[in-house]
Design a protein around this ligand. Structure first.
Ligand code: SAT
Ligand code: MN
Length: 592
């Protein structure tokens, strides 16, 4: 075995790497340092292996394209396991495997899996270097594609080992692609051991272990035990023309526009306003000494959905991915650029995401619906100057949003924290291409965390409720739905930059600048509170997008039954009462 010199004296780390190397049997061990010179070597290696291809140096400097196996294009929730000592700890919404069984089963798959390959030792930090919020992970992987992505998505290499020191604690991540076979694919989390084992995949959410695996599944477990919160939320700051910046965190399920919202460009009407991106996917939040909720983005890059990203929907992202970006499963143009559905008019000829020729007008999609860009946050022209702030940014409002064609109005504010937790807990959303499975069916996705909560979901709601006690100034909680449609399936709300109108009302409410109207569901804007000047929406359509239909809501409440039954063992009583109160209010209205 040939080994680059381990740049650490952390014995726990050295011993663990040695024992995993014994298990996996790689030909080489490469301790990743994160330097530019090393990046050049890794890129050359990935090019040599045919894992990536260069894009046009003029059009996309420093950019590469990668294709995954067609059987490996999204997260696999049915192959994702929480391996707690008891099944109850994982809860009814997670797949569970006993830790011993999981170590045995995956251990057999890892045995000799890296023969003829290199094991990369990838030290990384989630969160700003040196921040008390931050966590250190080490990912052992035989995929150079993973290393190239981790370099963009995390603070990778030497600085992570420096922060770890000789005695620091770290997350133990082990990944092997094996032969990328769905029959030998498992993503297992061992919260008690701070360990993640992932085999048989090379797709983002399954293998970039710092992201969903550490930052959310293990993170949520650590949050519960250590008294903080790991959430599937973007973080943004809105700067008023007077220079006041207010921070908002928002949870939406995967592929529902978190990246677009985090990079929103205010419309002309909002001259002088500016939105700063702190994060587009994950928030780690703690109560600060001032009793406010403070948040950091643990990531250092964006793993964004490509289709639908355009200069209209997200100009900030389009500019962010101009250079030093890794594209996965997008289409390739003849002049070495990228293309995907929703970017604009396609060229006459493309190479599709499976390497096949594609001609304009073809019914097949040229890019995979879950194709992605991996881009450094540093490329974002609207990156918040406070992303590296070790204590994060103070959150004034939390927004929950799903993708709903009917029922859920454009915006409302919860009556209080517990009611807001209920709104988040019962969030429903139509499924998307971000996970393998049927697309477009409504499922309950509490706080957009259904696939990412590392322990029992009822306990998770209890943790949310308990956080209120520690918060002197809790953020106000809101619910939004950008995706409501009319009877003909047309979107009622223009979305994208126009979401600034809704965001402005959220801020006004959070800062106590404006009144509101009470409804059965929560507080909504009064007649002229929401600034609609210059928005392309008729009065009729606006009333449709804000409509609260009693009958639809009685059906919605019934649709929550399954979640309440499934979680009955641990569902906090307060959640049950919130639902009953809402039902009573709706029934009273229905009788009137
Ligand atoms: O595929 S990822 O989990 O990395 C992104 C997402 O689904 O939110
Ligand atoms: Mn996500």
């Amino acid at each position: 075995m040939d080994i680059t010199t381990p740049p650490t004296r952390n014995h726990a780390l050295l011993d663990w790497v040695a024992s995993m190397a014994k298990l996996c049997g790689p030909d080489h061990i490469h301790w990743v340092t994160g330097t530019d010179a090393e990046h050049g070597e890794l890129t050359a290696e990935a090019l040599k292996q045919g894992v990536i291809k260069p894009l046009s140096k003029e059009k996309r400097p420093g950019c590469y394209i990668a294709y995954s196996s067609p059987n490996d294009v999204a997260r696999v929730e049915h192959l994702t396991f929480i391996c707690t000592p008891t099944k109850e700890e994982a809860g009814p919404t997670n797949n569970w495997m006993a830790p011993d069984e999981a170590y045995k089963k995956l251990g057999a798959l890892f045995e000799g899996s890296m023969k003829g390959r290199t094991m990369y030792v990838v030290p990384y930090v989630m969160g700003p270097l040196g921040s008390p919020f931050s966590k250190i992970g080490i990912e052992l992987t035989d995929s150079v594609y993973v290393v190239l992505n981790m370099r963009i998505m995390t603070r990778m290499g030497r600085p992570a080992l420096d922060m770890l020191g000789d005695h620091g604690e770290f997350n133990h991540g082990l990944h092997s692609m094996l032969d990328v076979n769905p029959d030998r694919r498992f993503i297992c989390h061992f919260p008690q051991d701070n360990t993640i084992w992932s085999v048989g995949s090379n797709y983002g959410g399954n293998v970039l272990l710092g992201k969903k695996c550490l930052a959310l599944r293990i993170g949520s477990y650590l949050g519960k035990t250590e008294g903080w919160m790991a959430e599937h939320m973007l973080i943004l700051g809105v700067e008023s023309p007077e220079g006041q910046v207010t921070y908002v965190a928002a949870a939406f399920p995967s592929a529902c526009g978190k990246t677009n919202f985090a990079m929103l460009i205010p419309p002309k009407r909002f001259n002088g306003w500016r939105v700063w991106t702190v994060g587009d996917d994950i928030a780690w939040m703690r109560v600060g000494p001032d009793g406010r909720l403070w948040a950091i983005n643990p990531e250092a890059g964006y793993f964004g959905v490509a289709p639908g990203t355009s200069f209209y929907s997200n100009a900030t992202a389009m500019n962010t991915i101009r250079k030093d970006t890794l594209f996965t499963n997008v289409a390739l143009t003849e002049d070495g650029d990228v293309w995907w559905e929703g970017m604009g008019t396609p060229p006459e000829h493309l190479t599709d995401w499976q390497g096949r020729p594609w001609v304009k007008g073809s019914p097949e999609k040229a890019a995979h619906p879950n194709s992605r860009f991996t881009a450094p946050a540093a490329n974002n022209a609207n990156l918040s100057p406070f992303v590296e702030n070790p204590s994060g940014v103070p959150i004034s409002a939390i927004i929950f949003g799903g993708r709903r064609a009917t029922t859920v109005p454009l915006v409302l504010q919860s009556f209080n924290w517990a009611h807001g937790v209920y709104l988040g807990a019962t969030l429903g959303s139509e499924t998307t291409a971000a996970a393998v499975g049927k697309v477009g069916v409504v499922r309950r996705d509490p706080m957009a965390m259904l696939p990412f909560c590392g322990y029992d979901m009822g306990e998770y709601f209890a943790h949310w409720l308990a956080m209120q006690k520690k918060l002197v100034h809790p953020p106000k909680i809101f619910m939004v739905n950008w995706f409501r449609q009319d009877e003909n399936g047309k979107f009622l709300w223009p979305g994208y930059g126009e979401n600034m109108r809704v965001l402005k009302w959220v801020l006004d409410r959070a800062l106590g600048h404006v009144g509101a109207q009470e409804t059965v569901l929560g507080w909504v804007p009064r007649g002229t509170d929401l600034d609609l000047a210059g928005v392309d929406i008729s009065e009729e359509d606006f009333s449709k997008v804000m409509r609260i239909d009693t009958k639809e809501w009685l059906v919605e409440i019934d649709a929550q039954q399954e979640l309440f039954e499934r979680l009955a063992r641990t569902m906090p009583k307060e959640m049950v009462l919130q639902r009953e109160l809402l039902r009573a209010r709706l029934e009273r209205l229905d009788q009137d």
